[in-house]
Design a protein around this ligand. Structure first.
Ligand code: TPP
Length: 616
């Protein structure tokens, strides 16, 4: 029987000795590697945080004490230790356990999360709630050095220093976000870890701690024992936090001693823990970017199981490099998603024109505004879900002054296993309501290529959104021969003049609709409304039949269906308009194909709905 067999809750964990915890860490890692090789998931971050998860549940009285995880992709060990061991093989599967903390899943998941840099604010809120209720529990927020590049974190730290209540922040520093981190804070963390600096300030620290009398001497004892650094005056201290660290995040004994002491500290405390991303699985240690969020892989060879079909991401990646070669005003911007957004090649070829700004979407957009004002053409690439962070910046800093910036939204629509925090369900809605925006949706590789090419000349804010999917025309794709698409130039795929029903859609659903028209042998018109904004009113007025079907992978509120309904309502023209859209609900996690079926956006469901619609 393994140690892990005996652990079903943190209570069981607390009956183990410190020595046994190291064995347990090994067993948990084995389970994580085994499972993720089959389900896919956030491997490297979770492997790096195994000891941290163990020790926090060991030292603190969870769930009474509250662990608040940032992003939440590093919590697989936490899940295994908190009653989800038996279900762990259902990780990220439909109806299985989520890949992120989720309040509906466990009382140990104190906050539902998936976007970065929230943990300090949430944890502080919980600590203040505790004080207001006169209760007594600890709040521990765990944040990565990557998430520390996000501005929200500093708003939280700043406020925590001011409120000055008991609150622990654990900085899990693995010197990586998905790719190596950038920015002044990342440099500062590296400096802190530099032994030379340690030596230089040792005397100063010693005298500082002696001035703190009892607490200081106690800290000094721990510091000497574990060679920790207490560094007054640095950023965190200035923000009102007691800083403790760096602590070796894979040394269970050291972690135990530190957290046992920190547990009783008063006021805001920051513990700086140093971990290695991918720890315990050499291929992930060697290539943490590849194993940050990984699909199925062979755990013995570390080879990914993937087909090499062309994705929208890859088409963007190739096209933007080609365009940037011809136009040196093009600059590439990403908020810590270089690889996911397909900007690696751009970054390598045009290092001076490429900006990874950290996990800072709001800043990315306003930074783009500055570049645009000075005549550059920023191409700001983000996942649809993360650009939500920059809503105000798009309105106030880009659209109001009508700045020529190209937003490229990858992972639009259902993303699959990452679930509700990551689905790009809202972008057509949140962008369409903004004046001056142009919104395009490519149906395939050729269209994406031509949209990017055309957007360079539009001289206004442009958004291009596409899903996490392969392109339909992957065999034909070539960078040769761009074709200009003028504003609101849409495509009538099948004649609408004699049609009994007109299907309006955009993106890859154009192919889907074509297939369905043939399958059902319909006398239907089909419009590829590749411009969701501006709306092609002239084209819409040409629709003479009463029945219209609108298909879009966006929430039913505010997107393509809304645009078309609003248009006819405005003219007082009565039409029967049938929406086939995402529901006004958060969509759970699971394989994209399963989820599409559940929301009625797979081929069969769409066909059924259209058949039924034509009978009423
Ligand atoms: C707002 C937002 N932008 C981007 C992401 C994508 N993302 C997920 S994890 C991650 C890196 C996080 O780095 P860090 O906090 O250091 O954690 P690590 O994976 O290194 O443990 C990023 C950029 C996100 N989750 N949220």
């Amino acid at each position: 029987m393994s140690l892990l067999d005996k652990i079903n809750s943190p209570k069981d964990l607390r009956s183990l000795s410190i020595k046994e915890l190291s064995i347990l860490a090994y067993e948990i890692r084995e389970k994580i590697i085994e499972t993720v090789s089959i389900t896919g998931g956030h491997l490297a971050s979770s492997l790096g945080a195994v000891e941290l998860c163990i020790i926090l549940h060991y030292v603190f009285d969870t769930p009474k004490d509250k662990l608040v995880w940032d992003v939440g992709h590093q919590t697989y060990a936490h899940k295994i230790l908190t009653g989800r061991k038996e279900k762990f093989d259902t990780l990220r599967q439909y109806n299985g356990i989520s890949g992120f903390p989720n309040r509906d899943e466990s009382e140990y998941d104190t906050f539902t999360v998936g976007h970065a840099s929230t943990a300090v604010s949430v944890g502080l809120g919980m600590a203040v709630a505790r004080d207001l209720k006169g209760e007594n529990y600890k709040v521990i927020s765990i944040i990565g050095d990557g998430s520390l590049t996000g501005g929200l974190t500093y708003e939280g730290l700043n406020n925590a220093g001011h409120i000055n209540t008991d609150f622990i922040v654990v900085l899990n520093d693995n010197a990586m976000y998905i790719s190596p981190p950038v920015g002044a804070v990342a440099k500062m963390l590296v400096r802190i870890l530099t032994l030379g600096l340690l030596k230089k300030i040792e005397k100063y620290i010693d005298s500082f701690l002696r001035r703190l009398h009892y607490v200081g001497l106690y800290l000094l004892r721990i510091a000497k024992r574990f060679k920790l650094l207490f560094f007054p005056g640095m950023l965190f201290e200035e923000m009102g936090f007691a800083y403790i660290g760096p602590v070796d995040g894979h040394d269970i004994e050291e972690l135990y001693e530190v957290f046992k002491s920190v547990k009783n500290f008063k006021g805001p405390t920051l513990v700086h823990v140093v971990t290695k991303k991918g720890y315990g699985y050499p291929p992930a240690e060697k290539n943490p970017t590849k194993f940050h969020s990984v699909g199925k892989f062979d755990k013995n060879t570390a080879e990914l199981v993937s087909d090499n079909k062309l994705t929208f991401t890859k088409v963007f990646s190739e096209t933007i490099v080609d365009l940037a070669e011809k136009n040196e005003k093009i600059v590439g911007i990403t908020a810590a998603m270089t690889d996911g957004c397909g900007l690696e090649k751009f970054a390598k070829l045009f290092p001076k024109r490429f900006f990874d700004v950290g996990i800072a979407e709001s800043h990315a957009v306003t930074f783009a505004a500055g570049l645009a004002v000075e005549g550059f053409i920023p191409v700001c690439s983000s996942y649809s879900t993360f650009l939500q962070r920059a809503f105000d910046q798009i309105i106030h800093d880009i659209a109001l002054p009508k700045l020529h910036t190209i937003f490229v939204l990858d992972r639009a629509g259902i993303v699959g296993e990452d679930g509700p925090t990551h689905h790009g369900s809202f972008d057509l809605s949140y962008l369409r309501l903004i004046p001056n925006m142009v919104i395009m949706v490519p149906k395939d590789a050729e269209e994406l290529k031509n949209m990017l090419y055309s957007a360079i000349d539009y001289d206004c804010p442009v958004a291009i959104r596409y899903p996490k999917d392969v392109v339909a025309d992957y065999e034909k794709f070539s960078l040769a021969g761009y074709k200009k698409i003028s504003l609101a130039e849409n495509e009538i795929v099948t004649d609408i003049s004699e049609a009994k029903v007109v299907i309006i859609t955009c993106g890859p659903y154009v192919y889907e609709a074509k297939k369905i028209i043939e399958m059902l042998n319909l006398k239907a018109g089909l419009i590829n409304l590749r411009f969701v904004k501006p709306l092609d009113e002239e084209l819409l007025t040409k629709i003479k039949c009463e029945k219209i079907v609108v298909i879009e992978e966006n929430t039913i509120i505010g997107g393509l269906y809304s645009a078309i309904s609003e248009f006819f309502a405005k003219l007082g023209i009565k039409k029967q308009i049938m929406p086939i859209c995402l529901p006004d609900k958060f969509i759970p996690h699971g394989a994209r194909e399963i989820l599409k079926h559940k929301v009625g956006l797979d081929t069969e469901s769409i066909a059924e709905k259209i058949k039924l619609f034509l009978t009423i």
